[in-house]
Design a protein around this ligand. Structure first.
Ligand code: GLP
Length: 223
């Protein structure tokens, strides 16, 4: 993407899944084959109640796994501030910043084992725009590695791009690996569109690519 469009606006995900991809991007940059100087990034989500310097924050995660090893300009790295005094205003600011950048060209997504994208948790409805979200216990458990393997230390709230924000990206690449993701991938790909499986919403997007290993793809097509 960056080779064809050096000034691309990239939406980025944290989580274990994209780590190898980010390492490869760092390697390409070190080899002089990927220039990030004109790119902009917007990360999907962040925990609320901690600031970006906290060791468990997604901001720290991205610094460690990507930003430290590429030549992104700091002012072009965009993140939700989970420590903002007014979290609703912070969500509005983020939507406006994405729009001001011209929208997201390529959104990279992981998927939660409950089918969430970003931190859009399953429910009766899904917020369209960037919003505050109460995290499910299963999600706090899945993210415990960032907080010393202690789910009780994972914040109860987060900020996340909305489903509409994500669907507005011009292109989406969702990456999933391992058998733990097989059922949520099956529901997202082969099931009905439902707010109970937020990733199923991606079925309406015209340009989504799934990068799956065999384990994650194993149940596709089953009813
Ligand atoms: C978190 C993030 C998601 C991510 C998911 C999967 O909940 N909010 O954006 O896709 O984890 O994480 P992993 O790749 O570690 O399975």
């Amino acid at each position: 993407m960056l080779r064809a469009t050096p000034a691309a606006v990239l939406g980025l995900a944290s989580g274990r899944t994209p780590v190898d991809g980010y390492a490869e991007m760092q390697r390409l940059h070190a080899a002089g084959q990927m220039d990030w100087s004109r790119a902009s990034t917007f990360n999907l989500d962040e925990f609320a109640g901690i600031d970006g310097g906290h060791p468990g924050s997604f901001r720290t995660f991205m610094e460690d796994h990507l930003f430290a090893g590429v030549n992104l300009r700091p002012e072009r790295i965009h993140f939700l501030d989970g420590a903002a005094a007014d979290l609703d205003a912070e969500c509005d600011r983020y939507e406006e910043a994405i729009a001001a950048a011209g929208g997201i060209d390529l959104q990279i997504l992981g998927i939660g084992s409950n089918g969430h994208i970003g931190f859009n948790e399953p429910g009766d409805d899904l917020p369209v725009r960037t919003h505050r979200v109460r995290l499910m216990d299963s999600t706090r458990h899945d993210n415990a590695a960032l907080f010393g393997d202690d789910p009780s230390r994972v914040p109860h709230e987060a900020l996340s791009m909305g489903t509409g924000t994500i669907l507005h990206a011009r292109r989406i690449v969702l990456v999933a690996t391992g058998g733990k993701k097989a059922e949520c991938i099956r529901q997202s790909v082969s099931g009905r569109i439902t707010t109970r499986v937020p990733a199923s919403m991606l079925q309406v997007h015209p340009d989504v690519e799934l990068l799956l290993d065999e384990e994650a793809a194993a149940l596709i097509g089953r009813t």
